[in-house]
Write a protein that binds this ligand. Structure first.
Ligand code: ADP
Ligand code: MG
Length: 347
């Protein structure tokens, strides 16, 4: 089995625990979008109503996918082209709030979360279908060139609903943020529809509403190095979002080394400090951006960057496989193999 099949067989960093469910109470639907799978689980709804709601969520997902796509014809591509001209232009409503939030997350993460580096992400070629195939690295000179006067979110000026770019290499790519942001929108729709019990999972991000019947929604965090293995279980409270970023979801190997899709804006190369980060937050977009930023921060800057992003429940498996867990996260975790060695981190 090649890696692609393995990923299809095991698409999630967060696996749903299915124990104890009664089929007629749990409605599930799987949708392909954002380049991966989105799993909708709606609990306790009459089946006809669940179908109607699932169809509404699917329409919303398909709209978001077409608006925010970074490398196919999309609204975002038009915005990127206009940003590079340096001219003032009107921001589409579907994009402006994402840019606003990305600017504040860029600041809070000290630039480690930098969605303005779309040209760098594209240079590494993690977007295509063959992203896992071994290939030569991008030329060092090209990486250096992109990082000479590198674009940041502070190069995007917002004035009311008008935008202006201040760097000719600006290329917004919401790959580290859009799934979390999108889940927030889906949760909003579910609440509007009066749905109180649901779990929506987009492989590495998910949001929980209410409970799964008489017990909380329970999820597993995948072990970054044991294929199919569980690192820990945790239960989610109403309205909580969980995000995982890891070096095992999208990567290729070359000369015995792993090159993954989370890039360090300071070096232009894949981040080296951590194998995986999982965290909880009530805002799905913050959760998504924060797990990406903490992969770049690594163990040394874990606590400081988490604190600046308002994250208190987080864990990291560092590059040596050590498990760092924040004091807030520790009581939330249940480990399958008893009590592993854990380094406690005060955030
Ligand atoms: P996943 O997409 O597997 O959930 P992430 O949320 O961590 O993982 O997002 C990774 C994606 O984010 C990359 O494919 C790329 O598009 C983008 N990205 C990579 N490095 C950064 C970074 N330092 N800051 C912001 N976005 C990044
Ligand atoms: Mg992310």
């Amino acid at each position: 089995m090649n890696r692609r099949q393995l990923l299809l067989a095991l698409p999630s960093a967060l696996l749903l625990s299915a124990c104890g469910q009664t089929p007629e109470q749990l409605f599930t639907r799987r949708v392909h979008t954002f380049g991966s799978w989105v799993d909708l689980s709606l609990y306790g709804l009459e089946p006809g109503r669940a179908e109607v709601i699932a169809a509404r969520l699917e329409r919303e997902l398909s709209f978001m996918n077409s608006a925010w796509h970074a490398w196919k014809p999309s609204l975002l591509e038009e915005v990127n082209a206009k940003l590079r001209t340096g001219q003032v232009f009107a921001a589409p409503d579907a994009i402006l709030p994402l840019i606003r939030q990305c600017k504040s997350l860029y600041e809070a993460s000290e630039g480690l979360f930098n969605p303005a580096l779309g040209l760098l992400f594209r240079l590494w070629g993690f977007h295509g279908d063959k992203s896992w195939e071994s290939r030569p690295l991008p030329e060092a000179a090209k990486i250096r060139e992109l990082l000479t006067d590198p674009p940041g979110m502070d190069d995007v000026e917002i004035d009311g609903n008008r935008l202006r770019g201040h760097n000719a290499r600006l290329s917004l790519d919401f790959g580290g943020f859009a799934k979390g942001y999108g889940l927030d929108r889906l949760a909003e729709i579910l609440r509007q529809e009066g749905v109180t019990h649901a779990l929506v999972s987009a492989t590495s991000n998910l949001v929980a509403l209410g409970t799964h019947g008489s017990r909380p929604w329970r999820i597993a965090i995948r072990h970054p190095r044991r294929e199919g293995g569980v690192l820990a279980w945790l239960e989610l409270a109403d309205g909580e979002c969980c995000s995982t970023s890891g070096d095992y979801e999208r990567y290729f190997e070359r000369d015995g080394r792993r090159y993954h899709h989370i890039l360090d804006p300071r070096t232009g190369y894949p981040a080296t400090g951590a194998q995986a980060v999982t965290l909880l937050h009530r805002d799905g977009a913050v959760a998504d951006a924060a797990s990406t930023a903490l992969m770049v921060a690594g163990p040394r800057d874990f606590a400081r960057i988490a604190r600046r992003l308002g994250v208190s429940e987080a864990l990291m498996v560092d590059a040596d496989g050590r498990l760092l867990v924040s004091e807030g996260m520790r009581p939330r975790l249940h480990f399958p193999d008893g009590r592993p060695d854990v380094l406690s981190v005060a955030i």
